[in-house]
Design a protein around this ligand. Structure first.
Ligand code: GLU
Length: 483
């Protein structure tokens, strides 16, 4: 087998779309699994869509996800330059070859003529507007004449009618197109820049790309590409078109229905491991129901043969779940570093918490949160005393006797010397026995008094983390505030 060389070839639109991440990831996994090379090529030949800083955004998003490329704009490589806008002379040279062969031709039609043509074809209800090959019949001297008169021109692909264009695709197997439905695609635009189709094929060949792995939206472009490979007499790469990404309502994944930029997920506090894991499962599985993967496991298990044809639904709930799973796999010390960063960005940034204190919060909450930030937001009571108490818990757990029994509990806690969790527990059990009441009569009001809410880790965990003095203070405040 030829050595594996794959590429991710984004147009720099300003950010890395999650669909782009999926394409990049599958290319990366395939390259790493097969000891191949992963190339980044920037397809920036559409100058009207140029966005400042887009390449830097793309590469930093890829890097953050752990997808390091072997060749590309910043790392170099022997097939560079890797920015198409720096390869214009290469495309000019290659287009001449096709023109000489008659597989491409100059077209001088004005935009106005093309527009009229399109309108006529729409009136005739043709399935798709196509160029009518008018300029194919221009003589050499007419062409020369147009050149000397500086009439703007493009170069088009000469698609022969009544042919079957056939190619194989690892995911979609045998694919066939009727050449009558393929337009004489513009290959070189009037500004001298190549179109995507032409530059893409020339570069994939010159960069010795063995497998073209990309989104399904490019499947309908592939017949044009195949004609180009054949015309040049170049070996075609192996094609693999990845399934579309869908919203839960099965419409095409759009910006309107949520975040699509990798950067958005990063800002929201998703782990790169979770995002990569999630994106890997958008159209691929190993044939079992395993869902938790780290990058090295993905590399070991990935294969293009196991990529589905049907669209993959982007289910944000699953991403949240995976984030929680990845969080639980991290060590408490790793989480500690991230939590400290989050605290710096929170309202508690001017407080000084000991590592020991934060680690005990992490220990108590790790099974209950999905994001690092939730070690703060879902249990604020660890950082600051409650100022309000959940009304529905008051109604349920606070009756006319509560103040008295809570006062007893407070005194019991006050008499403990350097209490452990077990000491607090025993203290509470003793009060319950003495008053001949169920422990719930104490536990629920205690929780409400010290945390202000009715959910969270075990109440004795909270008590132990807060410490005796703070707990007593909070019980006193609650006794004053809740009547
Ligand atoms: N430049 C195309 C894009 O923006 C590349 C498609 C391909 O991989 O051929 O996705």
């Amino acid at each position: 087998m030829k050595s594996v060389r794959v590429r991710f070839a984004p147009s720099p639109t300003g950010y890395l779309h999650v669909g782009g991440l999926r394409t990049a990831l599958y290319n990366y996994l395939f390259a790493r699994k097969n000891n191949g090379k992963f190339v980044l090529r920037i397809e920036d030949t559409d100058r009207s869509r140029y966005v400042e800083g887009a390449v830097e955004n793309l590469t930093s998003a890829l890097k953050w996800c752990g997808l390091d490329f072997d060749e590309g704009p910043q790392v170099g490589g022997k097939f560079g330059p890797y920015l198409q806008s720096q390869r214009l002379d290469i495309y000019q040279k290659h287009i001449q070859e096709l023109i000489v062969k008659g597989d491409a031709y100059y077209c001088f039609c004005t935009p106005a003529r093309l527009e009229t043509l399109k309108e006529e074809q729409q009136k005739q209800k043709l399935p798709q507007a196509k160029y009518d090959k008018l300029c194919l019949s221009l003589s050499k001297s007419q062409i020369e004449n147009n050149f000397s008169n500086k009439i703007p021109f493009v170069v088009r692909l000469n698609v022969r009618p009544n042919q079957k264009i056939i190619f194989d695709d690892i995911i979609r197997s045998h694919v066939e197109f009727d050449s009558n439905n393929v337009d004489d695609q513009v290959l070189i635009k009037s500004d001298g820049y190549p179109t995507y189709h032409f530059a893409n094929v020339v570069d994939d060949h010159l960069m010795e790309i063995s497998h073209v792995i990309r989104g399904e939206e490019w499947l309908s472009s592939t017949p044009k590409h195949v004609l180009l490979y054949d015309s040049f007499g170049w070996e075609r790469p192996v094609f693999a078109h990845l399934p579309l990404l869908l919203n839960p309502d099965r419409s095409k994944l759009s910006k309107r229905q949520g975040d699509v930029a990798v950067e958005d997920y990063r800002t929201k506090g998703f782990f790169k491991e979770a995002l990569v894991n999630f994106v890997a499962l958008l159209g691929w599985n190993a044939g079992d129901d395993k869902e938790f993967y780290l990058m090295n496991e993905l590399i070991n298990n990935f294969s293009l043969e196991r990529v589905n044809k049907s669209g993959a639904v982007f289910d944000i709930e699953k991403l949240n779940w995976l984030n929680a799973e990845h969080l639980r796999k991290k060590t408490n010390n790793d989480i500690l570093l991230m939590l400290k960063e989050s605290i710096q960005k929170s309202e508690f940034s001017n407080q000084n918490y000991s590592d020991e204190f934060l680690l005990s919060i992490i220990g108590a909450m790790k099974e209950r949160v999905s994001f690092v930030n939730e070690f703060i937001t879902s249990c604020q009571y660890f950082y600051t005393a409650p100022t309000e108490y959940e009304q529905k818990s008051i109604e349920k757990n606070w009756d006319s006797e509560t103040s008295n029994i809570l006062r007893k509990l407070r005194d019991a806690f006050a008499s403990l010397q350097n209490p452990t969790k077990e000491d607090f527990e025993l203290g509470l059990t003793n009060v319950a026995t003495e008053l001949n009441i169920g422990k719930g009569k104490l536990i629920h009001p205690l929780r409400l008094a010290i945390s202000g809410i009715s959910t969270g880790p075990g109440v004795f965990d909270i008590v132990t983390i807060l410490g005796k003095e703070e707990v007593i203070k909070r019980i006193d405040t609650a006794l004053e505030k809740i009547k």
